[in-house]
Design a protein around this ligand. Structure first.
Ligand SMILES: [Zn+2]
Length: 205
C-alpha cells in the first residue's frame, strides 16, 4: 500500500543519514525539556535558501518553504506539511524540525524545512536529505506526489526522526526507520487527531 519507490529511497537515505549525522550523546530526552523548548518557538521560522539547491520560485508557510511552485500546488503542499507539523510537534511533542540537529540546547535559530518539488526524481517519489552544516532536513518530492501523505509526510517523518536526534546513529533504531516514516504518513491519513483536519489531505496514498 505504500509507494515502493518512496520506501526504497527512504531506506537508501537512512544509510546516508547514519553516515552523515553527528553521533548523539547518551543523554535521554526528558518530557520537561520537550515542553520548555516547544513553548519558546517563534510563530514563524526563518527560511534558508542554502539548504538544498535553492531557487527563485517558492512559497512560504510558518514552518516550511516549498520550492518549485508558487501556486495551488505549493499551497496544498504547505497545508499538508503544516497539518503534519501541528500533529507531531504541536500535539504529540516531537522535537521541532525548526531546531538544528546541531543545536544542543534548542536555543535557536529556528529554521524552515525546505521541500523541493522537482520534475524528475529517478527511481523515487520522494527523498529526505540532511544538510550536515546546518543540521537541517530537506526534502525532494516528484511533482506528482507533493500532496500525497504516503510520500510527503513519509519523507517529512524521516526529517522529524532525524531532528529528534536520538533515533540517529544507533543500530537498534535503524530497523525502525522506514516503519516509523510509514507511521507518520498513516497517522495523518487515518487518525482522529484534530490536527489532521488542518492538513486537508488526500485520503489515499
Ligand atoms: Zn522512507
Amino acid at each position: 500500500m505504500v509507494p515502493t519507490k518512496s520506501a526504497f529511497v527512504g531506506l537508501t537515505l537512512c544509510t546516508l543519514c547514519v553516515i552523515a549525522a553527528p553521533t548523539p550523546t547518551s543523554e535521554e530526552p526528558a518530557t520537561v525539556v520537550l515542553e520548555a523548548r516547544q513553548a519558546q518557538a517563534p510563530a514563524t521560522f526563518t527560511a534558508n535558501p542554502n539548504i538544498g539547491p535553492g531557487g527563485s520560485t517558492y512559497k512560504d508557510s510558518a514552518h516550511f518553504r516549498v520550492y518549485g511552485d508558487s501556486g495551488t500546488l505549493a499551497d496544498n503542499t504547505l497545508k499538508l506539511l503544516e497539518g503534519a507539523y501541528s500533529c507531531f510537534v504541536g500535539s504529540l511533542g516531537w522535537r521541532s524540525s525548526g531546531h538544528s540537529y546541531n543545536d544542543a540546547n534548542d536555543a535557536g535559530p529556528w529554521t524552515k524545512v525546505n521541500l523541493y518539488i522537482v520534475n524528475d526524481l529517478p527511481g523515487a517519489a520522494g527523498v529526505m536529505h540532511s544538510d550536515y552544516n546546518t543540521g537541517m532536513a530537506w526534502l525532494e518530492v516528484q511533482k506528482s506526489y507533493p500532496t500525497i501523505p504516503g510520500v510527503t509526510v513519509h519523507e517529512y517523518g524521516h526529517g522529524l526522526t532525524y531532528h529528534e536526534k536520538y533515533w540517529v546513529d544507533q543500530s537498534r533504531t535503524g530497523a525502525w526507520w522506514e516503519t516509523l516514516a510509514n507511521w507518520f504518513a498513516d497517522t495523518v491519513r487515518v487518525s482522529s487527531l484534530s490536527c489532521v483536519s488542518q492538513a486537508d489531505i488526500h485520503r489515499g496514498y
